[in-house]
Design a protein around this ligand. Structure first.
Ligand code: CA
Length: 199
């Protein structure tokens, strides 16, 4: 069993035992992608399935953790704060931690907290840019039509966090939840803490 399947029973999508997630100490700056429902999620899913390079697309929402108790900073109808255990329990989730920057240096707690502060200052309270979702059907458009990165969809917000801590390049406009989940699984500077059902 590899670490990505930690908590999943052999053979696939069996329920995850709650103690598996409790074993993990969450931290501010941890990044998550989650299954989501509703019209926006459906739009995102259609767009990212259309563009998925690995023919796999599980997640349609993305958010950041701001503490060890599951508090979030995320782009919903507005960029807001919630608690993932209250909102996303029972859904499939991947939780990952940016460990190193692109130069191979460990990312410090100070950098993490500074990035969260910048994101809150620049984006908290902003209305979700619904008008940008159709752009994701044609990724180059989402990339270039972001008004200078001022209005970000959920996964662009977490990509900007990764950029601010040095773990990712600065092209956060156009990043989809599926892109982010694939980065967590494949990039060596990320550690996947958990993938399974949020209990
Ligand atoms: Ca994928």
């Amino acid at each position: 069993m590899n670490r990505h399947n930690k908590g999943a029973a052999p053979g696939g999508a069996a329920p995850v035992r709650p103690e598996c997630l409790r074993d993990i100490t969450l931290r501010p700056g941890d990044e998550c992608c989650v299954e989501n429902y509703g019209i926006v999620a459906t739009g995102i899913d259609i767009a990212q399935k259309f563009n998925s390079k690995d023919n796999e697309s599980t997640y349609t929402h993305a958010f950041l953790l701001t503490d060890r108790h599951g508090s979030t900073l995320e782009a919903c109808k507005t960029v807001c704060r919630q608690n993932m255990f209250e909102v996303y329990r029972g859904r499939k989730i991947i939780i990952a931690r940016p460990m190193m920057d692109l130069a191979g240096n460990n990312i410090t707690r100070k950098q993490i907290l500074a990035a969260l502060e910048v994101l809150a200052a620049e984006h908290e309270g902003q209305v979700y840019p619904f008008w940008r979702i159709p752009l994701h059907i044609i990724p180059p458009l989402a990339k270039y039509v972001s008004w200078g990165g001022r209005f970000l969809v959920c996964s662009e917000l977490t990509a900007k966090n990764a950029y601010l801590v040095g773990a990712r390049h600065g092209q956060f406009a156009g990043a989809t939840p599926d892109d982010r989940a694939d980065e967590y699984r494949r990039w060596k500077n990320y550690r996947v803490l958990y993938e399974g059902v949020l209990e």
